[in-house]
Design a protein around this ligand. Structure first.
Ligand code: 6PG
Length: 251
């Protein structure tokens, strides 16, 4: 473990992706109910990727979800690939198909990342303005999401904050554009200060292919350039890691 870390990461190891989804669902509604009790509203941001898919399906189907007052929830996205909402690569589309269209959430409470304007910066600023309006935050103030749901890539990225990228170092904006060489899709992402400011953060990690990076991330010296997810280290006390056995095999 990183010797500088005084707090041990809070890691829940579960059997498989089904249990990971079940645990995520349980925690999601704990945070949601707490936020509604305290503030009358629950504002959360979700990621894309393979790992949260089953959790999102459960959000669409579970009895907890059916009983929940979705009119008090506002959904945002951590990041988005710059593709049309009809594309299977679009994170909004995944959330929409798995749960949004099955629950009773008002259309006005769905704040997806725009991807239509040919100018990526215009879309990024538009999304940033949406966040500022919904949270009523002034310039130089950070919004505080009640919950941010993250994944982690095999290279230690989270959101669209990739190793060696400018975006991973952006501490000026709430939202930034990511010019991405890997899959040739540009992206828009929340920046690390916004994610870190959240009240609660869940990191979902699944599969054997994540085992070595999870071990490395948890054991190496904090280095946000190599492993962008390390930006969470100063706020580790509010991060809940939910990891399946396959990903946890080396820790
Ligand atoms: C995305 C993400 C990204 C993802 C990780 C893990 O939209 O792809 O926000 O950061 O969470 O790449 O993805 P998997 O769950 O597919 O491994």
């Amino acid at each position: 473990m990183n010797p500088k870390i005084k707090i041990k990461p809070k890691i829940t190891v579960v059997e498989d992706i089904e249990d990971l989804a079940g645990k995520s669902l349980e925690m999601f509604f704990d945070y949601a109910k707490k936020a509604i009790k305290n503030e009358g509203v629950f504002r959360f941001a979700v990621s894309g990727g393979y790992t949260p898919r089953r959790f999102y399906e459960m959000l669409g189907e579970s009895s907890m979800s059916k009983k929940f007052d979705w009119s008090k929830a506002h959904i945002f996205w951590v990041d988005e690939r710059y593709v049309d909402i009809e594309s299977d690569q679009n994170n909004y589309k995944m959330a929409n198909e798995t749960f949004l269209k099955k629950i009773n959430i008002p259309e006005d409470n769905i704040h997806r990342i725009p991807t239509r304007d040919p100018n990526f910066e215009t879309s990024a600023r538009q999304y940033e303005n949406t966040i500022r309006n919904v949270f009523s935050v002034e310039p130089c103030q950070l919004p505080v999401f009640d919950l941010v749901v993250l994944g982690m890539g095999s290279d230690g990225h989270t959101g669209s904050l990739f190793p060696d990228s400018y975006a991973a170092l952006d501490t000026e904006n709430l939202v930034c554009v990511v010019y991405c060489m890997n899959d040739k899709l540009n992206r828009i992402t929340l920046t690390s200060p916004v994610i870190s400011a959240a009240e609660h953060i869940m990191v979902l990690v699944s599969g054997e292919e994540k085992a070595s990076v999870l071990k490395a991330v948890l054991n190496s010296k904090s280095d946000d350039v190599r492993y962008p997810i390390h930006f969470l280290w100063p706020v580790l006390n509010k991060v809940a890691w939910i990891v399946d056995k396959a990903a946890a095999k080396n820790i």
